[in-house]
Design a protein around this ligand. Sequence first.
Ligand SMILES: NC(=O)c1ccc[n+]([C@@H]2O[C@H](COP(=O)([O-])OP(=O)(O)OC[C@H]3O[C@@H](n4cnc5c(N)ncnc54)[C@H](OP(=O)(O)O)[C@@H]3O)[C@@H](O)[C@H]2O)c1
Length: 216
Amino acid sequence: MDRPYVIINSAMTIDGKIATKKGDSKISSKEDLVRVHKLRASVDAIMVGINTVLIDDPSLKVKYCQGKNPIRIVVDSKARTPITSRILDKDTPTFIAVTEKAPIDRINKLKEAGANIIFCGKGEEVDLVMLFKILKDMGINKVLVEGGGNINWSVISQGLFDELQVTIGPFIVGGKDAITLVEGDGFERMDEGIRVRLHKVEQNNDEVVLIYKAIR
Ligand SMILES: NC(=O)c1ccc[n+]([C@@H]2O[C@H](COP(=O)([O-])OP(=O)(O)OC[C@H]3O[C@@H](n4cnc5c(N)ncnc54)[C@H](OP(=O)(O)O)[C@@H]3O)[C@@H](O)[C@H]2O)c1
Protein backbone atom coordinates (compact mmCIF):
# COMPACT_ATOMS: atom_id res chain seq x y z
CA MET A 1 0.00 0.00 0.00
CA ASP A 2 1.30 3.42 -0.98
CA ARG A 3 0.31 4.99 2.30
CA PRO A 4 0.74 4.39 6.03
CA TYR A 5 -1.76 2.38 8.11
CA VAL A 6 -4.34 5.02 9.08
CA ILE A 7 -6.42 5.00 12.28
CA ILE A 8 -9.11 7.64 12.79
CA ASN A 9 -9.95 8.33 16.42
CA SER A 10 -12.69 10.60 17.61
CA ALA A 11 -14.99 11.17 20.57
CA MET A 12 -18.59 12.10 19.87
CA THR A 13 -21.82 12.70 21.76
CA ILE A 14 -24.80 10.35 21.37
CA ASP A 15 -26.14 12.77 18.76
CA GLY A 16 -22.95 12.51 16.71
CA LYS A 17 -21.33 15.84 17.57
CA ILE A 18 -17.58 16.04 18.13
CA ALA A 19 -17.87 19.52 19.66
CA THR A 20 -20.66 21.81 20.83
CA LYS A 21 -21.78 24.72 18.66
CA LYS A 22 -19.24 26.84 20.59
CA GLY A 23 -16.41 24.37 19.92
CA ASP A 24 -16.22 22.63 23.31
CA SER A 25 -14.91 19.14 22.50
CA LYS A 26 -14.22 17.76 25.98
CA ILE A 27 -16.21 14.53 25.56
CA SER A 28 -13.80 11.78 26.67
CA SER A 29 -13.53 10.59 30.26
CA LYS A 30 -10.10 10.34 31.95
CA GLU A 31 -10.11 6.60 31.17
CA ASP A 32 -10.79 7.28 27.51
CA LEU A 33 -7.99 9.84 27.41
CA VAL A 34 -5.62 7.15 28.68
CA ARG A 35 -6.79 4.89 25.79
CA VAL A 36 -6.25 7.71 23.28
CA HIS A 37 -2.82 8.51 24.63
CA LYS A 38 -1.79 4.84 24.44
CA LEU A 39 -2.97 4.94 20.83
CA ARG A 40 -0.88 8.09 20.25
CA ALA A 41 2.17 6.38 21.73
CA SER A 42 1.70 3.47 19.29
CA VAL A 43 1.80 5.52 16.06
CA ASP A 44 4.48 7.42 14.13
CA ALA A 45 2.41 10.53 13.45
CA ILE A 46 -0.77 12.31 14.58
CA MET A 47 -2.69 14.36 12.02
CA VAL A 48 -5.33 17.08 12.54
CA GLY A 49 -7.05 19.71 10.41
CA ILE A 50 -6.26 23.41 10.76
CA ASN A 51 -9.65 24.23 12.31
CA THR A 52 -8.89 21.87 15.17
CA VAL A 53 -5.61 23.71 15.75
CA LEU A 54 -7.37 27.10 15.61
CA ILE A 55 -10.21 26.07 17.96
CA ASP A 56 -8.57 23.62 20.41
CA ASP A 57 -4.88 24.58 20.23
CA PRO A 58 -3.87 20.97 21.05
CA SER A 59 -0.28 19.96 21.75
CA LEU A 60 -1.01 16.39 20.55
CA LYS A 61 1.51 14.88 22.95
CA VAL A 62 1.47 11.70 25.00
CA LYS A 63 0.55 12.82 28.52
CA TYR A 64 -1.72 10.24 30.18
CA CYS A 65 0.59 7.25 29.76
CA GLN A 66 4.28 6.52 29.23
CA GLY A 67 5.45 6.70 25.64
CA LYS A 68 7.18 8.57 22.89
CA ASN A 69 5.56 11.58 21.22
CA PRO A 70 4.77 10.93 17.55
CA ILE A 71 5.46 13.67 15.00
CA ARG A 72 2.56 16.07 14.41
CA ILE A 73 0.97 16.97 11.10
CA VAL A 74 -1.43 19.85 10.42
CA VAL A 75 -3.50 19.75 7.23
CA ASP A 76 -3.48 23.46 6.47
CA SER A 77 -3.68 24.39 2.76
CA LYS A 78 -3.18 28.12 3.31
CA ALA A 79 -0.55 27.91 6.08
CA ARG A 80 -2.86 29.52 8.66
CA THR A 81 -1.33 27.72 11.67
CA PRO A 82 -0.57 30.48 14.23
CA ILE A 83 3.12 30.57 15.14
CA THR A 84 2.09 30.72 18.80
CA SER A 85 0.25 27.36 18.53
CA ARG A 86 1.15 24.74 21.11
CA ILE A 87 1.64 22.34 18.21
CA LEU A 88 4.74 24.33 17.25
CA ASP A 89 6.55 23.84 20.53
CA LYS A 90 10.12 22.78 19.85
CA ASP A 91 10.37 19.39 21.56
CA THR A 92 8.50 17.33 18.94
CA PRO A 93 8.72 17.84 15.16
CA THR A 94 5.68 19.32 13.40
CA PHE A 95 4.90 19.17 9.68
CA ILE A 96 2.44 21.58 8.08
CA ALA A 97 0.90 20.18 4.88
CA VAL A 98 0.05 23.08 2.57
CA THR A 99 -0.82 23.61 -1.08
CA GLU A 100 0.80 25.97 -3.56
CA LYS A 101 -1.96 28.46 -2.66
CA ALA A 102 -0.27 29.11 0.71
CA PRO A 103 1.20 32.63 0.93
CA ILE A 104 5.00 32.55 0.90
CA ASP A 105 5.29 34.96 3.85
CA ARG A 106 3.18 32.59 6.01
CA ILE A 107 5.33 29.67 4.95
CA ASN A 108 8.50 31.56 5.88
CA LYS A 109 7.05 32.52 9.28
CA LEU A 110 6.15 28.90 10.00
CA LYS A 111 9.64 27.75 8.96
CA GLU A 112 11.18 30.38 11.27
CA ALA A 113 8.96 29.01 14.05
CA GLY A 114 10.51 25.57 13.47
CA ALA A 115 7.80 23.91 11.36
CA ASN A 116 8.58 21.64 8.45
CA ILE A 117 6.51 22.35 5.33
CA ILE A 118 5.16 19.67 2.98
CA PHE A 119 3.64 20.83 -0.33
CA CYS A 120 0.70 18.66 -1.40
CA GLY A 121 -0.91 19.85 -4.60
CA LYS A 122 -2.03 23.07 -6.20
CA GLY A 123 -5.70 23.05 -5.24
CA GLU A 124 -7.81 24.59 -2.51
CA GLU A 125 -7.33 21.54 -0.30
CA VAL A 126 -4.36 19.46 0.68
CA ASP A 127 -4.09 16.38 -1.56
CA LEU A 128 -4.27 13.66 1.08
CA VAL A 129 -3.24 10.86 -1.30
CA MET A 130 -0.07 12.82 -2.02
CA LEU A 131 0.45 13.62 1.68
CA PHE A 132 0.12 9.99 2.75
CA LYS A 133 2.55 8.89 0.01
CA ILE A 134 5.10 11.49 1.15
CA LEU A 135 4.68 10.35 4.75
CA LYS A 136 5.16 6.71 3.75
CA ASP A 137 8.33 7.66 1.84
CA MET A 138 9.53 9.44 5.01
CA GLY A 139 9.24 6.13 6.90
CA ILE A 140 5.94 6.96 8.64
CA ASN A 141 4.10 3.63 8.79
CA LYS A 142 1.20 4.41 11.14
CA VAL A 143 -0.83 7.61 11.32
CA LEU A 144 -3.50 8.56 13.84
CA VAL A 145 -6.04 11.04 12.44
CA GLU A 146 -7.63 13.02 15.26
CA GLY A 147 -10.19 15.07 13.34
CA GLY A 148 -11.98 17.29 12.96
CA GLY A 149 -15.12 16.49 10.99
CA ASN A 150 -13.90 17.86 7.67
CA ILE A 151 -10.62 15.96 7.75
CA ASN A 152 -12.55 12.85 8.78
CA TRP A 153 -14.80 13.26 5.70
CA SER A 154 -11.85 13.60 3.34
CA VAL A 155 -10.00 10.61 4.78
CA ILE A 156 -13.11 8.40 4.97
CA SER A 157 -14.75 9.36 1.67
CA GLN A 158 -11.49 8.72 -0.21
CA GLY A 159 -11.08 5.34 1.50
CA LEU A 160 -7.78 6.39 3.06
CA PHE A 161 -8.24 4.68 6.43
CA ASP A 162 -7.90 1.22 7.91
CA GLU A 163 -9.47 1.61 11.33
CA LEU A 164 -12.00 3.90 12.99
CA GLN A 165 -12.20 4.20 16.77
CA VAL A 166 -15.18 6.19 18.03
CA THR A 167 -15.93 6.95 21.65
CA ILE A 168 -19.56 7.73 22.36
CA GLY A 169 -19.74 9.90 25.46
CA PRO A 170 -22.99 10.07 27.47
CA PHE A 171 -23.94 13.55 26.26
CA ILE A 172 -26.56 15.02 23.94
CA VAL A 173 -25.80 18.60 22.91
CA GLY A 174 -27.71 19.26 19.67
CA GLY A 175 -27.01 22.28 17.51
CA LYS A 176 -27.26 22.33 13.72
CA ASP A 177 -23.91 24.12 13.56
CA ALA A 178 -22.13 21.78 15.95
CA ILE A 179 -19.48 19.78 14.07
CA THR A 180 -20.35 16.11 13.58
CA LEU A 181 -18.04 13.10 13.36
CA VAL A 182 -17.99 13.39 9.57
CA GLU A 183 -18.75 16.65 7.75
CA GLY A 184 -18.12 17.35 4.04
CA ASP A 185 -20.56 17.14 1.13
CA GLY A 186 -21.84 13.68 2.04
CA PHE A 187 -23.18 10.97 -0.23
CA GLU A 188 -26.65 10.97 -1.78
CA ARG A 189 -27.49 7.29 -1.39
CA MET A 190 -26.85 4.87 1.48
CA ASP A 191 -25.27 2.37 -0.92
CA GLU A 192 -22.61 4.98 -1.81
CA GLY A 193 -21.68 5.24 1.87
CA ILE A 194 -18.42 3.80 3.16
CA ARG A 195 -19.02 0.41 4.80
CA VAL A 196 -17.01 -0.73 7.80
CA ARG A 197 -16.89 -3.88 9.89
CA LEU A 198 -17.45 -3.78 13.66
CA HIS A 199 -14.29 -5.27 15.20
CA LYS A 200 -14.67 -4.59 18.92
CA VAL A 201 -16.88 -2.86 21.48
CA GLU A 202 -15.55 -1.62 24.81
CA GLN A 203 -17.63 -0.21 27.63
CA ASN A 204 -16.44 2.09 30.38
CA ASN A 205 -19.35 3.07 32.66
CA ASP A 206 -21.68 5.18 30.48
CA GLU A 207 -19.12 5.51 27.69
CA VAL A 208 -18.74 3.13 24.73
CA VAL A 209 -15.80 2.71 22.36
CA LEU A 210 -16.60 1.27 18.95
CA ILE A 211 -13.69 -0.04 16.91
CA TYR A 212 -14.35 -0.57 13.22
CA LYS A 213 -12.10 -1.88 10.45
CA ALA A 214 -12.31 -0.69 6.87
CA ILE A 215 -13.63 -3.20 4.34
CA ARG A 216 -11.24 -3.68 1.43
N1 LIG B 1 -14.22 15.18 19.75
C1 LIG B 1 -13.14 14.93 19.04
O1 LIG B 1 -12.63 13.81 19.05
C2 LIG B 1 -12.54 16.02 18.18
C3 LIG B 1 -11.32 15.80 17.58
C4 LIG B 1 -10.79 16.80 16.77
C5 LIG B 1 -11.50 17.98 16.57
N2 LIG B 1 -12.69 18.16 17.19
C6 LIG B 1 -13.45 19.40 16.97
O2 LIG B 1 -13.69 19.54 15.59
C7 LIG B 1 -13.83 20.91 15.27
C8 LIG B 1 -13.02 21.21 14.03
O3 LIG B 1 -13.47 20.41 12.98
P1 LIG B 1 -13.64 20.99 11.51
O4 LIG B 1 -14.35 19.97 10.72
O5 LIG B 1 -14.23 22.36 11.59
O6 LIG B 1 -12.17 21.22 11.00
P2 LIG B 1 -10.87 20.29 10.73
O7 LIG B 1 -11.28 19.02 10.12
O8 LIG B 1 -10.05 20.29 11.95
O9 LIG B 1 -10.12 21.19 9.65
C9 LIG B 1 -10.71 21.39 8.38
C10 LIG B 1 -9.88 22.33 7.56
O10 LIG B 1 -8.69 21.68 7.11
C11 LIG B 1 -8.30 22.25 5.89
N3 LIG B 1 -8.07 21.25 4.88
C12 LIG B 1 -7.05 21.27 3.99
N4 LIG B 1 -7.08 20.23 3.20
C13 LIG B 1 -8.18 19.50 3.53
C14 LIG B 1 -8.73 18.29 3.03
N5 LIG B 1 -8.17 17.59 2.04
N6 LIG B 1 -9.87 17.86 3.60
C15 LIG B 1 -10.46 18.51 4.61
N7 LIG B 1 -9.97 19.66 5.14
C16 LIG B 1 -8.82 20.15 4.60
C17 LIG B 1 -9.41 23.21 5.45
O11 LIG B 1 -9.02 24.53 5.82
P3 LIG B 1 -8.11 25.38 4.78
O12 LIG B 1 -8.95 25.54 3.55
O13 LIG B 1 -7.80 26.64 5.48
O14 LIG B 1 -6.89 24.54 4.54
C18 LIG B 1 -10.58 22.77 6.29
O15 LIG B 1 -11.51 23.79 6.53
C19 LIG B 1 -13.37 21.68 16.49
O16 LIG B 1 -14.48 22.23 17.18
C20 LIG B 1 -12.71 20.63 17.36
O17 LIG B 1 -12.89 20.91 18.74
C21 LIG B 1 -13.22 17.21 18.00
